[in-house]
Every structure is written in C-alpha cells, then in structure tokens.
Write a protein that binds this ligand. Structure first.
Ligand code: GAR
Length: 201
C-alpha cells in the first residue's frame, strides 16, 4: 500500500500529533502528505504547519451538497497521491462518494469499544450507560457510521465516579498509542477482510 497518508481533522489534532511523532521517532514508516480540515481554526492545522506539512481547509459552506463536498475532499487527497486516509477527530459524516473512492483505505479512531456507543460523545454515552470498561477502536470506514471492520481495540477501565471528561482523558493516551500501531498494521499489508472482520496475516 502507498504509504502516503492524508489526515483529516476538525479540532485539536492530538491524534495527528501522535501519528507525526510516531513517524518522527521511526515507529511508523509513512509520510503525512496532507492534513485537511473542515474548520479553518482547527489547531490540528497549526500542528501540521509546524511540521512543514501541506494543509487544506475545505468548508462545507462552500459546497451545495455533501456529495459535492466529498468530491472536493477526494480530489484534494488524490492530488497529493494519498494511499491511506486517516480520520483523526474529523466530525463529518461521509457519503458513498468518499467511501467508495478509497475502498478499505480509510481509517477512523473512535473513543469507545465499538459497536458500543457510536456517534457523538462516546465517552459521555459510556459514563451514562454505567459500563465498567470502555476504550478505543480503530476501524475501517464504510458507508455505515462507526461500523466498518475493526483493526485494533484497547480497553480502558471506567471508574464509578468518572465524568465524561475524566474518562476521555484516560482514553486519549490509548488512542495515541493505538492509532500509529493500526496504521502500521494496515500499511504492512497481508491482511484481508472476511465479511465484517479484519483478518491480520
Ligand atoms: C478523539 O478522542 C477521537 O477519538 C474522537 O475525537 C477526538 C479528537 O481528538 N473522534 C470521534 O469521536 C469520532 N466519532 P484530537 O483532535 O485531539 O485527535
């Protein structure tokens, strides 16, 4: 697989930073070809600029439909010869236009043990449900929200008195550890998709 990554962010970009650090420290053999955000003020863009990486801002307000927006995203990623797309806190729903353009080549990180607590505010959902264990999932993106084949997961305990913020803070270091590992696994190849399962070599 082409080792050029396109990282999509909407905010803080700490997972982007974890990917950049893993590359910088030789733990991940890849290049971040471009960082794209739907928000001009996303701090993730600052992190990219500080690392000398090309950035682009695509605001959904400039496009008539979700499909038009996704066509622009695909063009921006193709223009940088991206082989693997990594969603890192990218808070937009993707249409088949985007998903079909990168089959089995879009990863997402989600702060729960999917299929539990998909969608927004996963840590709050976990606390309010009263689960004793939550965690993080890196999965392939398909047309269904937070439902593609799972590449890696890690568990994190939930304390009885946790707030969503406290749980999020406990999950985050696991995200930063797991995402580079999952990207490496996918880039190294030899895996297959069997039904809804990711089967490593
Ligand atoms: C992370 O916790 C990530 O798992 C979550 O957004 C945060 C982004 O933080 N993503 C989702 O909830 C996707 N549904 P970051 O910008 O610091 O990487």
């Amino acid at each position: 697989m082409n080792r050029r990554l396109g990282v999509l962010v909407s905010g803080r970009g700490s997972n982007l930073q974890a990917i950049l650090d893993a590359i910088g420290e030789g733990r991940l053999d890849a290049t971040v070809a471009v960082v794209i955000s739907n928000k001009a003020g996303a701090y993730g863009l600052e992190r990219a600029r500080a690392a000398g990486i090309a950035t682009a801002v695509l605001s959904h307000r400039d496009y008539a439909s979700r499909e038009d927006y996704d066509r622009a995203l695909v063009a921006a990623l193709r223009g940088r010869d991206v082989g693997l797309v990594c969603l890192a806190g990218f808070m937009r729903l993707l249409t088949p236009v985007f998903v079909d353009a990168f089959p089995n080549a879009i990863l997402n990180i989600h702060p729960s043990l999917l299929p539990a607590f998909p969608g927004l505010d996963a840590q709050r959902q976990a606390v309010e449900h009263g689960v004793r264990v939550s965690g993080v999932t890196v999965h392939f993106v398909n047309a269904e929200l937070d439902a593609g084949p799972i590449v890696l997961q890690a568990t994190v305990p939930v304390q009885p008195d946790d707030t969503p913020e406290a749980l999020a803070e406990r999950i985050l270091p696991e995200e930063h550890r797991l995402y580079p590992d999952a990207i490496r696994l996918v880039l190294d190849g030899g895996w297959r998709i069997d039904g809804r399962r990711f089967v490593p070599r």
